[in-house]
Write a new protein. Structure first.
Lengths: 284, 340, 332
């Protein structure tokens, strides 16, 4: 019983298991610290000005990020319009129609696209959407973000479509529905929660992207009307203001960080709630 | 049902935003951070006076201004680096230079225990940036600063990380005053292979780094030091005097060259002769294509230039930039008609 | 019998020839097939175009520098001499530091969450950690600048220099002027960013290890830890490796958080406290104002290099994770 080897092993057991607990605690503490610090600093800096004012000339206080907030929303909308349909339809293809080799190639390419660093997507979007038309634009930014939305949407659409039980499909066909009708009226609605979740998560992911916007949407000190003009966006403003020396800009950067984080977290939470309500369990 | 209504109203709202541009003239410009404070002030004031004209200026560095102008993605650029002959020759279209303000590049520092002004000899600045002078209490720095207690700390050198006109002015000065610099690093340029130090993005980035990093030194436009209350040193000019950057010193530096400024306005005024000149001064230019197809844009740009040369100049001194000399303004007003 | 085959009612026997194709098109199924096919093919087209653009636009620098590009330490726009070495070095070093910090922490946390914590706690914590993974990069950069950098400069940096810095050999990693920004700072920020991925995937993989394995170990008298470390973790080894590769791929491509805390100096230095630069960071800093075609081409070539590295790593990660899921985690 008092064999030293057993005592050593028991001690080791206790120490290592405690260490794992400490590690997990540490990681979770970092999360809370990040959120807490951001909420505190950002909350301090939120003001009416922040939401309603345009940026002021360098060195003057009182400016805001109204145009950046609208700009980010606009970019997200463009990304959604350009990327979500492609992702959805490609996902439908992979789940419902795909042949063996072609599907493999599509999946492989989608994974490839997913792994491309966002800065490289920015380079591509610059040569695709900025140079030919000779101006920076919100549209170009939307193209860059749209490309990043596609892979996430494809994967989640395919997964959730495949998860729809075969009995549902067979039931529809037994009633005489053609394949496409089955998909549209039975399969897609059944997978609705999961697919929407995937889309929401994809948008939440690109909402915070900065690098691809640096050479596509560029930036704007004013309102950006339409889609053909450069536009300010929250992430780029955070970047520009954070590296600058002005304290007022730092405060605005914190506020913007809070708003952005809030948007992203709400979207993520919403997505997971949707998922749980819809009954699907698999995490994306 | 509710979801589709939401989508429809969102779409309508955003298309309203899209159409809202009727009648507004939107100009996009990009370039130097050196004059960014005065430019942002100008474009703001000009917009208030001319609500249908919106000039969106993005400070991405002089290199950016040059590049994007050549790529045609901006309507005009801004640079503290007057384009060299070969760049102009390679350009697909003719580019005109229009000086806007006179500014100064100052050595700013953040040294523990030192709050006053330091004197920097020419050799000191070159040595620091070459990496040959590594400690703050080096004799080259100490001998010019008799009463000041300098710490025996490593100098953190800060430069620009991207292609910068401010770098051009700074290296122009260093190349003129130090043969070692000219041989080792090369002639003045917007981007060099720095022997030492950290990079900051834009004048703002350098200022930010200096502010946060103890025992650091950086080169920035005067207004950034003033607006952020950080100390900046006096620089020794060609006559041997230590001069602090101010409107008088900068205007004096432009002095002689102003009368004889070349027709294309490209000139370097660093390290001139004269007892009271501030040796690291420079013009900064707007780069505008000689031929602008779009008539409304062309007229808007010309109109802005005229405003800039008259009304605009009044805002310079409030932001520590010197006004353009009268001779330059006169010549430039005539040059505006070159834009077709 | 009937469950196995599902007959499709409207199917027209396929025939060759364009007229037959058009005839088939009148059926809604074929149109749906065609439309979705086009979009799926569109993704292939898009990705191919991306690679093509990268290849073509880096032609100038590839032609001029060739393979030496990877070994040149100089990045000199003034003399048109460009080399990738400092950036490849910076990318590898920061990612290595990130993994050295994140893998032990992440694996330990995953073990805790899958083996020790009550299921409910594990689920809640896992959920929170997934949220951490969703935080945008620029916010990590923001926190990096205002929290990590000052702490590095005032406390951790000097502490490291005075303690480990004096140890022979290893000490070379912690020398020199202490800026606050640099490889180590960037590595720390990256570690915080990738730890959620490691935890999330490793935890899932560990949960798939069959109970019998643990029970068998216990039956042989192993302590909890021994059963975990010597039986369960090796079982999930390939999946865990996959998560590490995934984290690595993420770290390599990370742009904003790194560029805000690394110092933007293309240097190769032994000291982790030295400022440096990574591929993604230099592209972000210098792309819009690369005057000169060779300059721009060199930056794009760097982008191509980064793309290739992440491509290979992602591929490996996929293989490893899929191998675990399919093979039930049999130790290789």
């Amino acid at each position: 019983m008092t064999d030293p080897r057993i005592m050593w092993r028991r001690a080791l057991n206790f120490v290592m298991l405690t260490l794992t607990g400490i590690a997990a605690l540490g990681v979770v503490s970092v999360l809370f610290f990040i959120l807490g610090y951001l909420i505190w600093n950002g909350g301090k800096s939120l003001s009416w000005n922040f939401f309603t004012q345009l940026p002021k000339p360098v060195g003057e206080t009182g400016g805001g990020m109204a145009n950046a907030i609208v700009g980010s929303l606009k970019l997200l909308m463009l990304a959604a319009l350009m990327g979500l349909p492609v992702g959805l339809l490609a996902g439908v293809y992979l789940a419902e129609f795909g042949g063996k080799t072609f599907s493999f190639v599509v999946r492989y390419t989608t994974d490839l696209l997913n792994g491309v660093p966002s800065i490289v997507i920015g380079i591509f979007a610059y040569s695709l959407a900025v140079l030919p038309v000779k101006h920076f634009s919100a549209l170009a930014g939307g193209v860059a973000l749209g490309m990043m939305v596609i892979p996430i949407t494809v994967r989640s659409t395919e997964e959730f479509l495949k998860a729809v039980p075969g009995s549902l499909r067979e039931g529809a066909m037994a009633l005489g529905a053609s394949k496409w009708k089955t998909i549209v009226t039975v399969v897609l609605p059944a997978a609705k929660a999961g697919i929407l979740t995937g889309m929401l998560l994809a948008l939440a992911r690109v909402a915070g992207e900065t690098a691809p916007l640096l050479f596509t949407a560029l930036g704007n000190r004013f309102w950006s009307p339409g889609f053909e003009q450069p536009t300010a966006s929250l992430p780029v403003m955070i970047y520009s203001y954070a590296i600058a020396p002005y304290d007022d800009w730092h405060r605005q950067a914190w506020a913007a960080g809070l708003v952005l984080l809030g948007l992203v977290l709400v979207a993520n939470l919403g997505a997971r709630l949707l998922l749980n309500r819809g009954g699907a369990v698999r995490s994306v | 049902m509710r979801k589709s209504l939401l989508i429809v109203s969102l779409a309508l709202g955003l298309s309203a935003l899209a159409l809202a541009q009727g009648g507004t003239i939107l100009l996009n410009a990009a370039g130097a951070t050196f004059p960014y404070p005065i430019y942002s002030k100008w474009f703001d004031v000009y917009h208030n006076g001319h609500p249908n004209v919106q000039i969106n200026y993005q400070p991405i560095g002089s290199g950016g201004g040059i590049r994007q102008l050549q790529a045609g993605t901006v309507d005009f650029g801004a640079s503290d680096f007057p384009l060299s002959d070969d760049i102009l020759a390679q350009s697909k279209f003719k580019i005109l230079h229009f000086p806007t303000v006179l500014g100064a590049v100052v050595p700013t520092y953040n040294i523990s225990g030192v709050s006053g002004e330091l004197n920097f000899t020419q050799k000191a600045l070159a040595g620091i940036y070459l990496g040959t002078i590594t400690k703050w209490d080096d004799s080259e720095i100490a001998k010019a600063n008799g009463g000041v207690k300098l710490p025996n700390a490593d100098i953190v050198v800060i430069h620009r990380s991207e292609g910068s006109g401010t770098t051009y002015i700074w290296t122009d000065f260093l190349a003129k005053v130090s043969d070692e610099w000219k041989n080792k690093v090369g002639k003045a340029a917007i981007s060099v292979n720095w022997p030492a130090g950290l990079g900051g993005k834009g004048n703002e980035g350098v200022t930010g780094l200096v502010k946060q990093t103890p025992n650091s030194i950086g080169y920035i436009e005067l207004i950034y030091a003033v607006q952020n209350n950080i100390p900046y040193g006096k620089v020794q000019n060609a006559a041997g005097n230590f001069v602090k950057a101010d409107l008088a010193g900068v205007t004096a530096a432009a002095g002689a060259d102003a009368k004889n400024i070349p027709d294309d306005f490209r000139v370097s005024i660093t390290n001139p002769a004269g007892p009271k000149v501030y040796p690291i001064s420079s013009f900064t230019w707007l780069l505008i294509a000689e031929q602008i197809q779009d008539a409304t844009k062309r007229e808007a740009i010309k109109d802005f230039l005229k405003w800039m040369l008259t009304e605009g100049q009044k805002y310079n001194e409030g932001l520590s930039y010197a006004q353009l000399p009268k001779d330059v303004i006169a010549k430039e007003t005539q040059a505006i008609s070159l834009i077709k | 019998m009937s469950a196995a085959a599902t007959t499709i009612v409207n199917e027209v026997p396929p025939q060759a020839g364009p007229r037959a194709f058009l005839r088939r098109l009148r059926g809604g199924d074929e149109i749906a097939h065609l439309i979705t096919l086009i979009f799926a093919a569109g993704i292939i087209l898009l990705t191919s175009m991306l690679v093509y653009e990268l290849w073509v636009n880096s032609h100038l620098s590839r032609a001029k520098f060739g393979w030496i590009f990877f070994f040149t330490k100089v990045w000199d726009p003034n003399f048109d001499n460009f080399g990738a070495a400092p950036f490849i070095y910076g990318t590898l070093v920061t990612s290595a530091v990130a993994l050295v910090i994140a893998v032990p922490l992440g694996l330990a946390s995953a073990i805790f969450l899958s083996e020790l914590a009550p299921r409910k706690v594990s689920d809640v914590v896992s959920f929170l950690i997934d949220l951490l993974a969703a935080v945008p990069s620029v916010i990590y950069g923001l926190l990096g600048i205002f929290i990590v950098v000052p702490v590095m400069r005032t406390r951790i940096g000097p502490a490291l220099i005075h303690t480990v810095g004096n140890v022979p050999y290893v000490g070379a990693l912690f020398r020199g002027p202490n800026y606050g920004v640099g490889f180590l700072t960037a590595g720390i920020v990256l570690a915080i960013m990738v730890v959620p991925f490691i935890i999330s995937v490793s935890r899932e993989v560990l949960l798939t290890v069959p109970r019998e394995q643990r029970e068998a170990a216990m039956a042989l008298g192993a302590t909890r830890w021994e059963s975990t470390w010597k039986v369960v973790v090796p079982w999930a080894r390939t999946g865990i490796m996959g998560s590490v590769f995934l984290a690595l791929a993420r770290a390599l491509g990370e742009t904003m958080a790194v560029t805000m805390v690394i110092g933007n100096a293309p240097t190769i230095a032994a000291s982790l406290l030295s400022p440096g630069d990574t591929i993604a960071s230099v592209i972000a800093s210098q792309f819009t104002e690369a005057t000169g075609d060779l300059y721009l081409s060199s930056l794009i070539e760097l982008g191509l290099v980064l793309f290739l590295i992440t491509f290979i790593l992602n591929g490996l990660a996929r293989i490893l994770i899929v191998a675990t899921e399919r093979g039930g985690g049999r130790p290789a």
